[in-house]
Design a protein around this ligand. Structure first.
Ligand code: FES
Ligand SMILES: [Fe+2]
Length: 429
């Protein structure tokens, strides 16, 4: 349970909010490379943390992220002309390179004027099929994170993005909530019995034991937690890592997730799978994986989870019954929703645009949820109180998720020996 004040503190991420400013101190993924404009193509507007930006690539393919409004008098850079080495604002013709260098100011006679000013652009990098941006105070960016999937070529990686119409915190809570898997995804997990996908093999055992034992440790990068299930006389430990402020290394070991607010009531949910051995980024493996979890384009569009459908009547809501197929449910499917992605999204969205956490009743099953809430609170409070933000300088990319069998008397922490623990097992629901 959180007070309404604390709930607001972790959920609000717009300009001049504590959590929003804290998040701006980190490198964040803001777009998939596959969704970006082609070199010298049309600029494109995106929204991150309640603010709009314009993305563009110059003719050399270098990415640029511009504040939406032109430096001069604020016309949108989305209207700008793509001119090879820079974007030219159509209002008075000021022209900006992707690094903010001002190339031309045709309505100013002084030719040196442009050398004294700088366009409003932000540091960006491309890695792992994502465009990353640093939106915080100038010159204070932390080291760029290095995650295992960034070392994989495109053919060995799957990137997928879903838009979820609710606050980012409730989506993240679902990702550190192992006990819902057995229940909510029961029908989807039953399909794993007949699937050859690695993903299916890694999740199949979760059909059994709906009350896993949960423990959580605070680490230097955020926290990790375990869900231990007993099935067929085996103890299976699933360790998930949460990396501040919005990253998750899933216990499957080959799935990484980032949840980045678009605004306070909508978020981008980025997924990355990788496999050094198999070209999972190529067909038919790519589509098989995406379809299995409901991240294929037709299913996302059916539920209003793409950029062009998230404001349409298809978007999950009370009015359309969240897209639930009640006949299918009566015929035995547990939820009547297409797959895991839609089941998670329906539960997250249905509790309101920003869930009121003063009304919730956490239990021992929710140790990781309460740990997440406290991790986010610490992050927001540090920013508010002008203290060092926890995890900002930690090497979050070293955090991994892992799932493995452990012996009766074995400590699950040996599965993640390199995760530096700050405080152990003390999470309270
Ligand atoms: S507003 Fe862009 S050049 Fe004047
Ligand atoms: Fe889920």
């Amino acid at each position: 349970m959180l007070t309404q004040q604390d709930n607001e503190l972790i959920c609000r991420t717009g300009p001049d909010t504590a959590m929003g400013n804290a998040m701006r101190r980190f490198w964040l993924p803001v777009m998939q490379s596959s969704d970006m404009p082609l070199p010298d193509g049309d600029p494109q507007t995106i929204e991150v943390l309640g603010q709009r930006y314009v993305v563009w690539r110059d003719q050399q393919g270098r990415p640029g992220l511009y504040a939406e409004g032109c430096l001069h008098r604020g016309a949108s850079m989305q209207l700008a002309r793509a001119e090879g080495d820079g974007l030219r604002c159509i209002y008075h013709g000021w022209k900006f390179a992707v690094d903010g260098t001002v190339l031309d100011t045709p309505n100013v006679t002084d030719p040196r004027f442009k050398d004294r000013i700088k366009g409003r652009t932000y540091p960006v990098r491309e890695a792992g099929g994502l465009l990353w941006a640093y939106l915080g105070p100038q010159g204070e960016e932390p080291p760029f994170p290095h995650w295992a999937f960034m070392d994989q070529p495109d053919a060995h990686r799957i990137n997928a993005r879903a838009i979820v119409n609710c606050n980012f915190v409730q989506v993240m809570e679902g990702l550190v909530d192992s006990s819902h898997l057995t229940v909510l995804h029961g029908s989807a997990l039953a399909r794993t019995n007949d699937s050859d996908l690695d993903y299916a093999k890694k999740t199949s055992h979760m059909q059994f034991d709906a009350s896993p034992k949960i423990e959580a440790d605070e680490t230097d990068f955020g926290f990790h937690y375990v869900a231990i299930r007993e099935t067929d006389g085996k103890r299976i430990a699933r360790v998930t890592a949460f990396v501040t402020p919005c990253f998750i290394a899933n216990a499957n070991g080959d799935v990484w997730l980032a949840i980045v607010p678009i605004d306070d009531e909508r978020c981008n949910f980025y997924h990355v799978w990788w496999d050094a051995e198999k070209p999972i980024g190529e067909e038919p493996l790519r589509s098989a994986q995406l379809t299995f979890v409901g991240l294929d384009e037709p299913t996302l569009r059916k539920y209003g989870m793409t950029a062009d459908t998230c404001d349409s009547p298809a978007a999950m809501s009370v009015a359309n019954g969240f897209g639930q197929d009640r006949a299918r449910q009566r015929n035995g499917h547990f939820t009547g929703l297409d797959s895991i992605t839609q089941e998670d999204a329906a539960c997250s969205i249905s509790s309101g645009p920003i869930r009121d956490r003063s009304l919730e009743m956490l239990s021992t099953a929710d140790l990781a949820i309460s740990r997440l809430q406290r991790t986010l609170l610490a992050c927001a409070r540090a920013e508010r109180d002008r203290k060092e933000i926890p995890a900002l300088r930690a090497e979050g990319g070293r955090a991994i998720g892992v799932s493995a069998e452990i012996a009766e008397d074995e400590d699950w922490r040996r599965l993640v020996p390199h995760h530096p623990i700050v405080s152990s097992g003390a999470a309270r629901a």
